[in-house]
Write a protein of this length. Structure first.
Length: 378
């Protein structure tokens, strides 16, 4: 896994230098993904909530860390399997599923800490670490980041307690009710560019009793739903709302890595049962994803022929051009070179058609969004 990490880090860094994007943020995005399983003979299998199924189901779960380079690319660089405590403490289950003899139970937050420690040991540095509520609620993980001088933007639950001033502790939801009733305190900003244009939200920034800790609140413009981010920036590093919003908006790239790994490379199609065999499957998928992601990042500027985004809602459509090479397209090109030959020009015809069609759809989506008024929901 360390070899995959070194290859991915060097590849994305080279692509950033080539495209003159070295100033973009470098993010460690933490999240877990799962795979449904039938029966109980597989290592780490347990009934739990599976995000891939949207319900409680029998399955396995793995914690991943994704390296995200802003405006360059992203890929998975670390993974740890979550093993239920009862599997480790049961000698029969431990022996049958091939668990290591010295394996100890670790929570998902502790597994994320172990992955980040491996990254630091390999000389890798991040501008921010980002994760959802599972990791924002882990005190040990937050303390680990602060001890290592690592800035973070971690999602937390609405009942997460913050200290506004000495002796004044409130939940995140209560802090919003007290301090952010006035809509003028909210600012509409983009959380980053998606395939359909800018992702607009309303943002507010609340200071705490610590000068290094802040609460960043995101509000959906239509539904008014709130998302809370507990932030830490060590002394000597720039602290601005814009920088925190950019970091929070990059966390979702790990979800895209999961989607690409599952749809294109079979991350959730492992049929092995033993602990080591599952880990080997994960590493092979990570290696394949790293190859495709680095290739896409290095060819991004040379293969992007999209027209400029529209500026008015009645603008006439220009020539569509083509989107840059993506991980799925690179995977298809590699697969076509290894499979039975197709009719002459077949692969390149559909390769060009898909990229042109996506470029045209992206332009029309961006134009349609110009008609929307982004007002703050009450």
């Amino acid at each position: 896994m360390s070899e995959v990490r070194r290859f991915g880090v060097a590849g994305l860094a080279g692509a950033a230098r080539r495209g003159r994007r070295q100033r973009g943020l470098v993010i460690a995005a933490i999240d877990e993904t799962g795979q449904e399983k039938v029966g109980g003979a597989t290592a780490e299998v347990k009934r739990q909530y599976m995000g891939c199924a949207g319900r409680v189901a029998n399955g396995i779960s793995t914690v991943h860390v994704s390296l995200v380079r802003e405006k360059t690319g992203h890929l998975l660089i670390g993974a740890r399997q979550w093993i239920p405590r009862e599997h480790i403490e049961d000698p029969v289950t431990s022996l049958v599923t091939g668990l290591p003899l010295d394996l100890q139970f670790r929570t998902k937050g502790q597994l994320a800490r172990d992955i980040c420690a491996d990254c630091y040991a390999g000389g890798l540095a991040f501008d921010f670490a980002c994760g959802d509520e599972v990791y924002g609620g882990c005190t040990q993980l937050r303390e680990f980041f602060e001890d290592n001088g690592q800035a973070y933007v971690l999602r937390v639950a609405s009942n997460f307690m913050i200290t506004l001033a000495p002796g004044t502790k409130v939940t995140c939801a209560e802090a919003v009710r007290r301090l952010l009733e006035d809509t003028r305190r909210w600012e509409v900003r983009s959380a980053g560019t998606g395939s359909k244009g800018e992702r607009w939200y309303a943002w507010a920034w609340i200071a705490t009793g610590s000068p290094r800790h802040h609460l960043l609140v995101r509000r959906h413009l239509k539904t008014g739903k709130l998302a809370f981010h507990y932030c830490y920036v060590p002394e000597g590093q720039p602290l601005t709302k814009t920088r925190l919003i950019r970091a929070a908006g990059l966390r979702w790239r790990v979800e895209e890595d999961f989607r690409l790994g599952k749809d294109c490379l079979g991350l959730d199609q492992c049929q092995a049962r033993l602990y080591t065999a599952i880990l080997r499957h994960i590493v092979l998928v990570m290696a394949a994803l790293a190859i495709c992601a680095v290739t896409a990042a290095q060819l991004k500027d040379r293969t992007d022929t999209q027209p400029p985004p529209p500026v008015t809602a009645d603008q006439a459509p220009p020539g569509p051009g083509m989107i840059p090479l993506t991980v799925p397209e690179i995977k298809r090109l590699l697969a076509s070179a290894l499979t039975r030959p197709r009719p002459r020009g077949h692969t390149m015809h559909w390769f060009t058609w898909r990229r042109r069609h996506q470029a045209r759809s992206r332009w029309y989506h961006q134009r349609a969004r110009l008609n929307r008024e982004y007002a703050l929901a009450s």
